[in-house]
Design a protein around this ligand. Structure first.
Ligand code: HEC
Length: 296
């Protein structure tokens, strides 16, 4: 579990805006277990949303503060206040101008450069401050990046990250496989008549096997599975084995790699349950008569 924890911790750094990552990774690592990866992703989405909301709230608070200030000044200063509001541009316009370092139109004369192409003139505007701020931020980001990934190596590089993900997938896979504990194999698989098992088998049969055996099992390219005549035997173990291993050199492939043992059992049980259903348009008997009670 310790290893998986560290894996989730590392993985979670993947799509992250780095400062956020540094801040949030230890928290995300607390989410226990294998589902930690998706939990972590959800966690970051929530943190991102929270930050956006927090920013909005701060903006709103600032505006409210200004309003409160104006009210606090009292009615005597109200006239003056309203005049000054009318005179100056709004707070938003001012911030916009500041962040873009916009020069008023009247000052444009000073900015004009001394060349002139067919009447087209150029202004010597500076880079907008927000742009330079981003630029400096990217430098800071790069420094943090180098420290995190190449100096202190607290987060894995791509290749390592790939290895970690593969290891995690492997761990997940083996954990899944381990949870399927079956006490049968093709020599003794029992029929499972539980409604749940049959429903599971039916679902799979109709989706995957129906193309050849028809959804009702009446047979199409593959033989009729509802009568007492079988090419490869009609016992539970026979059916299980045919589905698992297929019939070489025919369209009936081996399904072992696509079905875990439990589902294989469910599908086999479902096929077995089709006996005697006599669906309309079923193919004629094919193979040898299988006596239900003689075997199995
Ligand atoms: C691409 C066509 C195709 C698909 C899909 C297919 N089968 Fe078959 N199946 C066949 C053919 C053809 C045969 C006959 C093989 C032979 O000649 O012995 C067969 C035979 C069988 C038999 C043995 C029948 C007998 O008479 O002994 C069973 C049982 C069976 N299939 C079940 C399934 C199940 C369950 C699935 C889905 C998981 C499936 N089949 C999917 C074509 C298909």
């Amino acid at each position: 579990m310790e290893r998986i924890k560290s894996i989730t911790k590392n993985l979670s750094s993947k799509y992250l805006w780095m400062p956020l990552m540094l801040l949030a990774t230890p928290l995300a690592a607390q989410s226990d277990g294998l589902s930690g990866y998706s939990q972590a992703t959800a966690f970051y989405v929530v943190v991102g949303l929270l930050i956006v909301v927090a920013l909005l709230v701060i903006l709103l608070a600032l505006n409210l503060l200004q309003l409160v200030k104006a009210v606090m000044k009292g009615p005597e200063s109200e006239a003056k206040e309203s005049v000054s509001v009318e005179e100056g541009p709004s707070w938003l316009v001012k911030t916009w101008a500041k962040w873009n370092a916009l020069k008023p139109m009247e000052e444009e004369e000073d900015l004009i450069m001394d060349h002139d192409y067919d009447g087209i003139k150029e202004l010597d505007n500076h880079l907008p401050p927000w742009w330079t701020a981003l630029f400096y931020l990217s430098i800071v980001y790069a420094v943090v990046y180098i420290l995190v990934f190449h100096v202190f190596k607290t987060s894995p590089l791509q290749e390592e990250e790939y290895e970690i993900e593969m290891a995690l997938a492997q761990a997940l896979k083996s954990e899944k496989e381990q949870t399927i504990i079956v006490d049968f194999d093709e020599s003794n698989v029992p029929y499972n008549g539980d409604a749940e098992a049959l429903a599971d088998g039916k679902k799979f049969f109709e989706a995957q096997c129906g193309v050849c055996h028809k959804a009702d099992g009446g047979g199409l390219a593959g033989p009729n599975l509802t009568d007492d005549y079988w090419r490869h035997g009609g016992s539970m173990t026979d059916i299980y084995r045919v589905i698992k291993d297929g019939v070489p050199n025919t369209a009936m492939i081996a399904w072992e790699s696509k079905l875990n043992p439990v589902r294989l059992q469910n599908v086999s049980s479902y096929v077995k349950s089709l006996r005697g259903t006599n669906p309309p348009g079923a193919l004629p008997p094919d193979g040898e008569l299988y006596e239900e009670d003689a075997n199995n």
